[in-house]
Design a protein around this ligand. Structure first.
Ligand code: PMT
Length: 399
């Protein structure tokens, strides 16, 4: 399944908050993802930004005034409302949220929203005290009760100088929210998918660990692809530098044993497990409580004991199990023996010797092997697209 944003119609409402500069980036990323973006600005938003800015990015007329004779909205004031697959208001001020909660239609944006049947996402951005105000909270609760998705706000430093809740979510989170909303009726709706990601770390002492090069990108991409076709998704994540993706539960772990415990819990009611994590096969038999001093010796022997094979040990009957095999030689033969030995439905054989594939990069090249003996070599593609290809197969195993 492709990115749900590709060829979608998105109505982007921009209201009068200093955060509206971030809406420019959102409009740009949406356009790059293949969405047709109709921007509708309030009069106050136009004081912060010129409509020309959005017009230049989206290559589309920008609507600012319901009575503008040049505007498409005046010819057919429901045109944008009707063609939208989703409407997102980002940033949404307290004033616009209040108007939406009470069904006002006194400008182009509120008129569009009242006229649309598309899902509505509201991303608040305001001062912390305005956000905390009981009136705003009630208005947000009203919108939520009506099925509107409230995205954010985040906490942090605000334009007023206050530190608190009121920051507009960042573009990747808003894109994630849109993708989740557009894909909510997808072929994984009602299913739970668990993904492991990142490289486990096995402590030697309070300072040192045995680690590997996994960045977590492959696992996070699979998780996002599952979210975008309707699944409830959990990532059991070893340490990574990646931000938590929107709408996905992230369970943070460090060691293989912690990952094993968390995965058993998450998989108890899951339909599929995709194990993209690079799990340490060995751990030090003892972790020193204190930092080990360099001392006079030139060598240091550390005894290692075997970690459990996590995916082999998770045996819930309904669970579809997918592994990855990170290989530097005999790619297909080694992956095949892991597929059979670990009792998997599917394995993605991953050549980690190529520069644009495997650890750390945004692309991957895998051969998919299934337990029925099928084999498909995929071309180099984004890790998100690899995730989509894997999930296409997972859907076939679900009953
Ligand atoms: O995170 P990135 O930087 O994006 O890199 C992605 C990746 C290269 C880490 C990923 O694509 C990948 O190949 N992950 C699997 C790495 C690995 O540990 O492979 P393996 O061949 O050692 O293990 C085979 C399978 O068994 C894997 O699904 C692994 O998660 C699982 N396993 C391994 C050891 C263990 N003790 N328990 C396990 O469950």
């Amino acid at each position: 399944m492709p990115d749900p944003l590709a060829n979608s119609n998105i109505a982007l409402g921009v209201t009068g908050s200093i955060a509206c500069y971030k809406a420019v980036d959102l409009a740009s990323k949406l356009t790059q993802a293949g969405a047709l973006v109709d921007v509708v600005m309030t009069a106050d938003a136009c004081k912060f930004l010129a409509p020309l800015t959005f017009r230049s990015i989206t290559h589309r007329p920008v609507v600012t005034n319901v009575f503008d004779p040049q505007s498409e909205l005046s010819i057919d004031h429901v045109a944008i409302a009707e063609r939208a697959d989703a409407v997102i208001v980002a940033p949404a001020t307290a004033n616009t949220i209040a108007k939406l909660a009470h069904g006002f239609a006194d400008d182009a944006l509120t008129t569009t929203i009242l006229a649309t049947q598309a899902p509505l996402i509201v991303a608040p951005a305001m001062d912390a005290h305005m956000y905390d105000n009981v009136a705003t909270q009630r208005n947000i609760a009203t919108l939520r009760e009506r099925g509107c998705v409230i995205a954010g706000p985040a906490s942090g430093r605000l334009a007023s100088g206050l530190v608190g809740k009121g920051r507009l979510l960042e573009t990747p989170e808003l894109l994630g929210c849109l993708r989740q909303t557009l894909g909510s009726d997808g072929d994984l709706a009602g299913r739970k998918v668990v993904v492991s990601a990142g490289g486990t770390q096995e402590p030697i002492d309070p300072v040192r660990v045995i680690a590997n090069h996994s960045s977590g990108k492959m696992g996070y991409a699979v998780a996002e692809a599952a979210r975008d076709r309707g699944a409830e998704v959990s990532i059991v994540s070893a340490p990574t530098a990646l931000p938590d993706p929107f709408g996905i539960k992230v369970v943070s772990v460090r060691t293989a044993l912690q990952m094993q415990g968390a995965l058993h819990k998450e998989c108890a009611n899951a339909d599929a497990l995709v194990m993209a994590a690079a799990v340490a096969d060995w751990r030090p038999s003892d972790m020193s409580d204190q930092k080990v001093k360099k001392g006079a010796a030139d060598t240091w022997q550390i005894e290692l004991i075997k970690n459990p094979d996590i995916i082999a040990g998770i045996t819930f009957e309904r669970l579809v199990k997918v592994g990855f095999a990170a290989e530097s030689e005999d790619l297909v033969a080694n992956a095949e023996s892991k597929l059979l030995g670990k009792g998997l439905h599917l394995i993605a054989a991953n050549d980690i010797t190529a520069e644009d594939s495997g650890f750390g990069v945004d692309t991957n090249k895998v051969v998919l092997l299934d337990r029925e003996g099928g084999q498909e070599a995929l071309p180099l593609m984004s890790k998100y697209d690899v995730g989509c290809a894997i999930l296409d197969r997972v859907v076939g195993y679900l009953y």
